[in-house]
Design a protein around this ligand. Structure first.
Ligand code: GTP
Ligand code: SPV
Ligand code: MN
Length: 589
């Protein structure tokens, strides 16, 4: 384990802060993390010794481990997540709010002495490519070795961060396992101080503070103030057979297909296409000197959903997680290899995610939100632009989500403003990524409902403001791979076949594909989609592309209800877009 870096290597404010936090939390000792392999292995050793990790079969899964979490700590807890500011209006009705002084005092009380008998780890991390003007440094203090190991996979830890910090500001994060007491679980954000305080949960999005807390909630506030965007988006390069690469971003809510689209394997009938991964979850988007959107990935790893990941659905991920991976809450087979629903045939005998012998009929063996943490650098189809400090130029933005009805397979907005309305109207089914009921429709604008660190109405204004800042605005699309037929089965096979949808999007951006102008936007003509080799009946294609006006009128009504909750802050421009959309549906030409 490493020791405190030489004093001249780090800003004095960092040392002072670490000392002050230790004074409150009272750890037995402090360890400064350098992100080395040696350090990672010593953490693994510690955790396999105390049972935090179970070593998997080292012949078939070398350097892979299983963590079984506390059963009460398996997903993000949005009701325990707060933005702490001076005024409630700062955060709007889609966030929980606490006055910052009250929040701070409350958390400091809870943190008092919470690390007694434990080690406090100091994790300096870099978000974004080394040397990029868009990258940021954060420091997370935690008493959880499991969190440290995950952070070392998900971010760039150690000197690379300290060097980037020099005397620049950094985001401060304090995390403690506490007693994993759900009644005293808090994930609090203080945007004015660039501070995060998280207690009583070790689950990914609650505890890996670089992820949703820093890269989205705090970064979205910085992005508003500085004129850029911090988004819950994947970034991919789509390479055509002639070698042309088009970069797009996609915002879909949690557990709604970002990682899978990022790792898409082209089907046989499009085998000359390639998909290059830049990011599977988060994009920081800045305008370059030509007013073009350029996106970087702040992260350095995948924290992916296990269930339904298989050789059929995502062979590239199945290969990636065969080494150096931490699995959380998956089931375990008798040969000490991981298993989850949708991986393949159900073994007759296995241990479920809580370590109990699984018996048929007793629910799922892996937790529905079981995950794996694995480094992006061992992914074979990583874009060569991943490390580009300037990021990649974005041609299209895609919104999506789980919607069993209403939303067509793909359609294009008429304009930037209409596209912003499309994102603002995103209403999708909830998933197991957050605690609470699954499959309930909720408004999740731009897939940022749980992640926008300020008033969502101001966030809409911020999106609209790019009209006047950029001559090169990306085109905006919405997709839906989850539409169901009357029999309750997905109409679209999804996964690799989603390349058909991506191709249409690229073709539209390059002026090569036909579309029908409908009231909601440009919908593909069946002929413009490359489906001839897909073995899908024409009636299914028609159903996938259908625009049901009555259903859209109902949708508008619920969107209006949601927008009303935002009050006066809701931008006039979107109100106008909404009434234009209503008008088009009511009075089609
Ligand atoms: P977060 O990491 O929570 O932000 O999720 P994500 O948006 O990256 O979702 P991910 O790609 O991990 O997919 C979540 C679940 O949806 C997994 O069980 C996938 O197998 C499944 N899924 C992804 N894409 C498709 C698709 O095209 N069709 C169907 N039917 N399921 C899909
Ligand atoms: C999500 O829930 O959107 C995730 C996983 O990507 S978490 O890190 O828990 O936020
Ligand atoms: Mn996510």
């Amino acid at each position: 384990m490493t020791h405190k870096p030489k004093e001249n290597e780090i800003a004095r404010s960092l040392l002072e802060w670490v000392t002050a936090v230790a004074k409150t939390t009272k750890p037995d000792n402090i360890v400064w993390c350098d992100g080395s392999e040696e350090e990672f292995q010593s953490l693994i050793k510690l955790m396999t010794a105390d049972g935090t990790l179970i070593q998997l079969n080292q012949d078939t899964y070398p350097n892979c481990y299983l963590h079984r979490s506390n059963p009460n700590d398996v997903a993000r807890t949005e009701e325990a997540t707060f933005i702490c500011t001076k005024n409630k209006e700062d955060v709007g009705p889609t966030n929980n709010w606490m006055p910052s002084d009250e929040g701070k005092a409350k958390l400091l009380r809870l943190f008092d002495g919470c690390m007694k008998g434990r080690t406090m780890y100091v994790i300096p991390y870099l978000l974004g490519p080394a040397g990029s003007p868009y990258s940021q440094v954060g420091v997370e203090l935690t008493d959880s070795p499991y969190v440290v190991a995950n952070m070392e996979i998900m971010t760039k830890v150690g000197n690379v961060a300290l060097e980037h910090m020099k005397n620049r500001k950094f985001v401060r994060g304090i995390h403690s396992t506490g007693q994993l007491d759900p009644d005293r679980r808090y994930i609090c954000h203080f945007p004015d101080e660039k501070l995060i305080m998280s207690l009583n949960s070790n689950y990914g999005g609650n505890a890996l503070l670089s992820k949703k807390c820093h890269s989205l909630r705090l970064a979205s506030v910085m992005a508003r103030d500085e004129g850029w965007l911090a988004e819950h988006m994947l970034i991919i390069g789509i390479e055509e057979p002639d070698g042309t690469v088009t970069y797009v971003t996609g915002a879909f809510p949690s557990a709604s297909g970002k990682t899978n689209l990022t790792m898409l394997k082209p089907p046989e009938y499009m085998k000359d296409w390639k998909i290059w991964a830049v990011s599977d979850d988060i994009a920081w988007i800045h305008l370059d000197s030509e007013g073009r959107f350029r996106a970087i990935n702040p992260e350095n790893g995948f924290f992916g959903v296990a269930p339904n990941t298989s050789i059929r659905t995502n062979p590239k991920m199945m290969e990636t997680i065969r080494k150096n991976t931490i699995f959380t809450n998956v089931a375990l087979m008798m040969d000490r290899t991981p298993w989850w629903e949708g991986m393949g045939e159900h073994p007759r005998k296995l241990w479920d995610w809580q370590g109990k012998v699984w018996t048929a009929g007793k629910g799922s063996a892996a937790h529905p939100n079981s995950r794996f943490t694995t480094s992006i650098n061992q992914y074979r189809f990583l874009s060569s632009e991943y490390t580009n400090p300037d990021g990649v130029p974005i041609t299209a933005i895609i919104f999506g989500g789980r919607r069993s009805d209403l939303v067509p397979l793909v359609y294009e907005s008429f304009s930037w403003e209409h596209g912003v309305l499309m994102g603002a109207m995103l209403r999708v089914e909830t998933t197991a990524a957050a605690a609470g009921e699954v499959g309930v429709l909720r408004n999740d604008p731009m897939a940022m409902k749980p992640f926008c660190g300020y008033n969502i109405a101001d966030y809409f204004k911020h999106w609209l403001s790019f009209r006047s800042k950029s001559e090169n605005l990306p085109k905006i699309f919405q997709i839906n791979a989850f539409r169901m037929g009357r029999d309750g089965r997905f109409l679209w096979p999804g996964y690799g076949h989603n390349l058909v949808v991506l191709k249409w999007i690229v073709d539209r951006c390059r002026g090569r594909a036909d579309a029908v102008e409908t009231p909601i936007g440009y919908v593909p003509t069946p002929e413009s989609l490359n489906v001839s080799e897909m073995d899908l009946p024409r009636s299914t294609i028609d159903e996938l592309l259908q625009v049901d006006k009555a259903a859209w009128m109902d949708e508008l009504e619920s969107s209006e209800m949601f927008f009303k909750t935002l009050g006066e802050q809701f931008p006039d421009q979107l109100r106008q877009e909404l009434s234009k959309l209503t008008d088009r549906i009511q009075n089609p030409v």
